[in-house]
Write a protein that binds this ligand. Structure first.
Ligand code: MRU
Length: 369
């Protein structure tokens, strides 16, 4: 029998090996393979190439990566000519490692959020000490590990809470649509947008789930359809350009999507095609919910216009997932990885702390009070 995706963590820390283990998502659904990553460049590439992806999962990976970087930095400094570790040199190198990891992808705020959180845990610990010798550096690195592990564990609790809130918005037998993968494979266990589906399944809700395939990288087809079907749900796959048609049949009661960054005014960046789904939902009176852990809300970004949208290579559109090229050689390609859904198309933003409705600016401010 092959491995069961439900039994394998999307990302975890292997403390014995000093490595991060991830499910290589570029191989799914054909093959379930776990990659072990210890080198900072390999981790950077794994995030950049979407071997690990989804806003919470890349945040968790980055948190573990900064802890591993700290171990490496302290080790190297002990071996250099001076033979001792100084606080300022250590933090200079740690900041360099943080900036490097943060450059792997620009849109999901969870990446910088997790890196800053693990770095801040180290700084707070260090500030509490009178002097900083090698033993205290070792203790500080342990503090970093604990913080990174807490981010991982928190993700499970947060996603479950999002699902519980979302479950108050649906009924047994409902048809639900989702886009991209905001599932287990984008987090540790429940996913954000899929948490309502997993929890509903445990409670016998018998949802009919519809997954957009999500061109060009097909996260809906390769990942969401795969993980939900593996859990025994009733799943139907459709091409992205079919969702408006499906909604017009009345089969869809609600849309649940994830997000990579929520701006202070409620505008939301998520996988390319999300805004198209939101427009179709509005037209067809389908409630449109964005599932967002508070780690994905960025109160420093005023509106969707200020969100940096990742642009990716042409080959993803013309070649990557196809046996033969699907476009003429050398054709110009437009390939933004995300788009912004304007706040006025969103019915509610579901966080672990509750559901926020318009006016979002006020609701989001309240949340961070
Ligand atoms: O490019 P990806 O696959 O990382 O894009 C992921 C998404 O857009 C998800 O919907 C988002 O990160 C939320 S995951 C809970």
């Amino acid at each position: 029998m092959g491995a069961d995706i439900r039994d394998i963590d999307t990302v975890r820390l292997n403390e014995t090996e000093d490595a991060i283990e991830i499910i290589d998502q570029t191989l799914l659904p054909e093959k379930i393979e776990v990659l072990s990553l210890a080198d900072q460049h390999d981790i950077w590439h794994a995030i950049h190439l979407l071997q690990v992806r989804g806003a919470p999962a890349i945040g968790i990976t980055a948190g573990f990566a900064l802890y591993l970087a700290a171990r490496e930095i302290a080790g190297e400094m002990l071996c250099d000519s001076s033979g001792h570790v100084t606080k300022s040199r250590f933090f200079k190198k740690l900041t360099e490692a943080k900036e490097y990891l943060n450059s792997s992808r620009p849109t999901a705020v969870n990446l910088s959020w997790a890196l800053n959180r693990v770095e801040a845990a180290a700084k707070d610990y260090c500030d509490s000490l009178k002097s900083c010798d090698i033993d205290s550096i070792k203790e500080m690195i342990d503090v970093m590990k604990n913080e990174a592990v807490e981010i991982y564990e928190e993700d499970i609790r947060v996603c479950k809470k999002i699902g519980e809130h979302a479950l108050t918005l649906v009924n047994k037998g409902d048809g639900l649509i989702t886009h991209c993968n905001a599932g287990k494979l984008a987090t540790v266990r429940y996913g954000t947008a899929t948490s309502v589906m997993y929890l509903g399944q445990e409670k016998g809700y018998d949802f009919k789930i519809y997954c957009d395939e999500t061109r060009p990288l097909l996260q809906g087809a390769r990942l969401t359809a795969f993980e939900l079907a593996a859990s025994g749900m009733d799943v139907t796959l459709l091409c992205d350009n079919m969702s408006a048609s499906l909604m017009s049949t009345g089969k869809i009661n609600a849309a649940f999507v994830g997000c990579d960054r929520v701006a202070a005014n409620g505008d939301t960046a998520n996988k390319i095609g999300t805004s198209m789904l939101a427009l179709a939902a509005k037209r067809n009176n389908v409630p449109f919910y964005v599932c967002a852990p508070t780690s994905t809300i960025d109160m420093n970004t005023k509106s969707g216009k200020d969100i940096v949208i990742e642009q990716r290579g042409a080959d993803e559109v013309t070649h990557m997932w196809y046996k033969h090229p699907v476009a003429p050689d050398g054709i110009k390609v437009y390939n933004p990885s995300f788009d912004v859904t304007d706040a006025d198309l969103i019915t509610g933003i579901i966080t672990e702390k509750g559901i926020i409705k318009a006016p979002f600016e006020k609701g989001l401010k309240e949340l961070f009070k």
